[in-house]
Design a protein around this ligand. Structure first.
Ligand code: AMP
Length: 182
């Protein structure tokens, strides 16, 4: 397995730019475009993820809109497996199923095509997103994968903002792996 040592993790962490007060005051936005623009950082990350999942019989990688699409699709291509998008409502063209989740103010929703996992019996799915904050989005996504008839074998994040403890609810449903913890 291509494990990351502390130097690798520091290198990856520093490849992600932090933008203060975006998209609103008080938020420190983790900008992964700088990681994607660094071939060494992007390949180090993808080599690590590919080696972690290559022998885990993953049938589908489900990526959460929109930065989960980037890492999820890149990993699916490396593992020669299938990619499924989990999207905001009203974006997917065919029949969908949805899962609502609470925000600080109001609700949001994620949706998936009803036949997203129909190509395989007893589908095993890896969920991927760039970052877990409160965990609301990813928890809803794991529930959606289950609703769609599949098993989520792990939820994987490039970064976990651990002080928010967003992974606690997801850990009741599936295994959680975060490459970087801040
Ligand atoms: P949450 O549902 O609170 O875990 O939020 C996770 C989603 O919001 C992910 O799709 C992230 O890309 C995005 N997100 C939340 N907080 C940040 C942040 N500080 N920097 C970048 N993206 C964030």
């Amino acid at each position: 397995m291509h494990l990351l040592n502390e130097n690798d993790k520091t290198f990856l962490l520093h490849s992600i730019r932090e933008i203060e007060d975006f998209p609103k005051p008080g938020i420190k936005f983790k900008d992964i475009t700088t990681l994607l623009g660094d071939t060494n950082a992007f390949n180090l990350l993808m080599d690590h993820l590919a080696s972690r999942y290559e022998n885990q019989k993953i049938d589908y990688i489900a990526g959460i809109e929109s930065r989960g699409f980037i890492f999820g699709a890149a990993l699916a291509a490396r593992l020669r497996t299938r990619f499924v998008p989990i999207r905001k409502p009203g974006k997917l063209p065919y029949t969908t199923i949805s899962e609502k989740y609470s925000l600080e103010y109001g609700v949001d929703e994620v949706s998936i095509h009803i036949d997203a996992f129909s190509g395989v019996a007893h589908p095993r799915v890896l969920l991927i997103d760039d970052l877990i904050a409160t965990g609301g989005t990813a928890t809803a996504a794991v529930k959606l994968i289950t609703k769609a008839g599949a098993t989520c074998v792990e939820a994987c994040f490039v970064m976990n903002l651990t002080f928010l403890q967003g992974d606690l609810d997801i850990k009741k449903m599936t295994s959680v792996y975060s490459v970087l913890e801040v």
